[in-house]
Design a protein around this ligand. Structure first.
Ligand code: UT7
Length: 328
């Protein structure tokens, strides 16, 4: 049988148990539950108190594989996305490969912040089309709490920890991934910045950074404006490129950053709330993990059915953005 399309075989996810609620945040910074709900839609987020990014990634990866007929040794590509890796080297992907005993897979990390899952999906699809892989695991895992300054009210209410994973296969179905688009604007890099600097470096004292510099800093308004422009552009692009019309789309799954950004998408396309999946009220912004966390919840609730058309769309640090249109 000739393989011609990249299909989504399975998903998995994991969130740490500890819940940081809006009410708890009001005891930590000068904020209010009303402000957080009205400006973001977030009610609580999870924090990995004693777990690493890699540990979150491994659980999500195992859960994704458990729901398939595949054994780990059948994976030939593992891509991990994270803005919060545990080490400069090895990659999270190599750690996951070892934990799964997926020795046949080549493995690497991809850095595209909140657009990570979209970028990784496109990379997997491209490897499949080039004939270099046929079965791939994408894992997105974040422990953003490690780079959040919990005295900074402009960021600490927004972000949470979690992991999501997806298994893709090169298949004889001619649908699967129908269209992708990715973009970046590095000139806006400072709008969302988390530096990787040594706190103390006796050899290079000029490069030493205070721990404060290692915290995530964000110009929220600039990222908001970027998202409001690029998300509709990306959706338009994948619709036009695939010849699929908006009324054929069953679900739009946006990166879960702010309910007001999702409202912009709904208004722009005249979408009903039920066509757009949202879970940010429970997890906040989990960066690259947000879209696969949604996909996994949707699949387990039975909301994803074979033959449906979905679009997932991401944006964030870089600044980056991208969208994928697929028939599941
Ligand atoms: O994953 C991709 C990365 N991130 C994003 O997508 C984030 C995109 N941006 C956003 O979601 C929004 O811009 C934010 C939620 C970050 C901020 O909402 P905003 O409506 O743009 O608020 P703002 O930054 O304009 O701040 C309005 C006011 C300010 O006070 P003044 O200057 O008007 O007196 C802020 O100091 O709200 C204040 N403020 C807060 N007040 C209470 C900012 N954060 C808080 C807070 N609690 N947590």
């Amino acid at each position: 049988m000739i393989a011609i399309g990249t299909i989504l075989v399975s998903t998995g996810s994991y969130v740490p148990e500890y819940r940081l609620t809006n009410s708890m945040l009001t005891n930590m910074v000068d904020t209010s539950e009303e402000w957080i709900i009205q400006r973001t839609g977030i009610r609580e987020r999870r924090v990995a108190v004693d777990q690493t990014t890699t540990e979150l990634a491994i659980v999500a990866a195992k859960r994704a594989l458990e729901d398939t007929d595949l054994i780990p040794q059948e994976l030939d590509l593992i891509v991990a996305c994270t803005a919060t890796p545990d080490s400069y080297t090895p990659s999270v992907a190599c750690r996951v490969q070892t934990a799964l005993q997926a020795q046949q897979a080549f493995a690497f990390d991809l850095s595209a912040a909140c657009s990570g899952f979209v970028y990784a999906t496109d990379v997997v699809d491209s490897y499949f089309r080039a004939g270099k892989a046929r079965t791939a695991l994408v894992i997105c895992a974040e422990t953003l709490s490690r780079i959040i300054d919990y005295t900074d009210r402009t960021t600490c209410c927004l972000f949470g920890d979690g992991a999501g994973a997806a298994v893709y296969q090169w298949s004889d179905r001619k649908d699967g991934i129908l269209q992708t688009v990715m973009g970046a604007d590095g000139s806006r890099a400072d709008a969302l910045l988390a530096k990787a600097l040594p706190v103390e470096d006796p050899l290079h004292p000029d490069r030493a950074a205070s721990s404060a510099e290692r915290f995530l800093k964000m110009n929220g308004k600039e990222v908001f404006r970027f998202a409001a422009r690029t998300v509709p552009e990306a959706i338009d692009h994948v619709l036009e490129g695939s010849g699929i019309t908006l009324d054929q789309i069953d679900w739009i799954i946006p990166h879960q950053a702010n309910l007001r950004i999702i409202d912009v998408i709904c208004r722009r396309y005249g979408l009903r709330k039920e066509q757009v999946y949202v879970n940010l009220e429970r997890y906040g912004n989990t960066s690259s993990a947000s879209i696969p966390l949604c996909l996994d919840e949707m699949r387990r609730k039975g909301l994803l059915q074979t033959g449906q058309h979905i679009i997932f769309v991401g944006f964030g640090g870089g600044l980056t953005y991208g969208a994928v249109l697929m028939c599941i």
